[in-house]
Design a protein around this ligand. Structure first.
Ligand SMILES: Cc1cc2nc3c(=O)[nH]c(=O)nc-3n(C[C@H](O)[C@H](O)[C@H](O)COP(=O)(O)OP(=O)(O)OC[C@H]3O[C@@H](n4cnc5c(N)ncnc54)[C@H](O)[C@@H]3O)c2cc1C
Length: 350
């Protein structure tokens, strides 16, 4: 099965799940002898092309054009559609793909959907498993807030599948590898222009984090902390929550992880929405998720069902979060977090 892998990046920073997709394509059917083709779009993308070879691509199709500096669905989808049509016409090399894998990101959801409409092909998003059997592909993906996993097949000759980040192993990065680079045409017509970006998220991204330390409403619950004079009740609550999130952030920093939050913490104004985990926040899949002062409401759990290990710190031994936690500490997070942080710092020599 001829498989292409779309390498998604923002300003040259590749979404790690792109490499996971490349690793999957490389080993389809347990065979590492298949030719794996990566697709790279952007401007000045030589470094990405180099990395694609080092992560296992045998050939790379590149659209390198200043018109592709910023992601816009119109230009990227038109370029992808043209690439696929071109490959299909190229009977001499029989390069026409039957499958294009993407990492699941906001950009690739838009890109794959738009191009799939142009090409009249099927698109299945957010796969957590892909089984290839001859010409048929069975995709497993979570539905209903990950309470069920559905198995989907697609009948079109070409299909697009986006893969959930961290659901597939990342291949080892080699060095100095090379292969065939083929330039493809860029479609530059677009009605929109990106005028600039503002940073909404700093530190380690929740989507890619191996470790997430998350805080809930409990981070504001330390009555012994005395807020500065002059703050009203709401301001005092937020000040206390900031002290709690400082402890959450310190542990995250020691462990090289990201900071998450419950919706209660976000709604109360303790932390921005970009940190929210759950049904109406981000769905994450870290190796370790440390929930601090989070009760474990069903909507929060919907965001952490793919976490490999949950550790809970909560004052209430009956909190539902303990039902999904591999390890639980019943206690005050204001006592436990500094102690954990110290212990990890010592252990990690920090
Ligand atoms: C449609 C819908 C969508 C939703 N989407 C989301 C979502 O995406 N994400 C999400 O998180 N929620 C979501 N919610 C809200 C969800 O139902 C809960 O209200 C929310 O998750 C509760 O957050 P929490 O656990 O931080 O707060 P609480 O439920 O109030 O829990 C606080 C916990 O902190 C503990 N605690 C208090 N003080 C301390 C201390 N000092 N040390 C240790 N533990 C302490 C308490 O024992 C308690 O268990 C959604 C709700 C709806 C209706």
């Amino acid at each position: 099965m001829k498989t292409f892998v779309y390498i998604d990046h923002f300003k040259g920073e590749v979404q790690p799940a792109s490499w996971e997709a490349l690793g999957l394509a490389k080993n389809f059917g347990g065979s590492s002898s298949l030719t794996t083709t990566a697709i790279v779009f952007g401007s000045d993308v030589d470094a990405i092309v180099k990395d694609a070879f080092n992560y296992g691509a045998d050939e790379v199709l590149v659209a390198d054009d200043s018109a592709l500096l910023d992601f816009r669905a119109e230009t990227y989808a038109a370029t992808l559609t043209a690439l696929v049509l071109r490959q299909a016409q190229d009977t001499a090399s029989s390069l026409s793909p039957s499958l294009i894998l993407f990492p699941t990101t906001t950009r690739t959801r838009e890109l794959s959907a738009m191009s799939a409409v142009d090409l009249n092909c099927g698109v299945v998003t957010d796969a957590t498993a892909v089984e290839v059997n001859g010409d048929s592909v069975m995709v497993t993906r979570p539905i209903y807030e990950a309470k069920l996993f559905e198995k989907v097949t697609c009948s079109s000759a070409l299909q697009f599948i986006t893969l959930r980040g961290r659901a597939f192993p990342k291949p080892e990065k080699g060095s100095g590898k090379s292969g065939t680079i083929t330039k493809v045409d860029t479609k530059t017509d677009a009605l929109t222009t990106v005028e600039g970006y503002s940073v909404a998220e700093v530190g380690v991204s929740l989507n890619d984090a191996g470790i997430i330390v998350s805080g809930g409403r409990g981070v504001s619950n330390n009555p012994s902390l005395q807020p500065p004079a002059g703050l009203d009740d709401k301001q005092s609550e937020i000040w206390r929550a900031q002290q709690g999130f400082k402890l959450v952030g310190e542990l995250a920093s020691t462990l090289g992880g990201a900071i998450g939050a419950s919706r209660a913490a976000v709604d109360a104004g303790y932390i921005p929405y970009s940190n929210q985990v759950g049904q109406t926040g981000k769905v994450v899949a870290p190796d370790v998720y440390i929930a601090c002062g989070i009760s474990g409401a069903i909507q929060h759990l919907a965001g952490i069902r793919s976490a490999k290990m949950v550790i809970a710190i909560n004052k209430d031994a009956d909190a539902p979060i303990f039902k999904v936690a591999r390890y639980g500490v019943v206690g005050d997070l204001f006592v436990i977090l500094p102690a954990l942080n110290e212990a990890f710092k010592k252990k990690l020599g920090k």
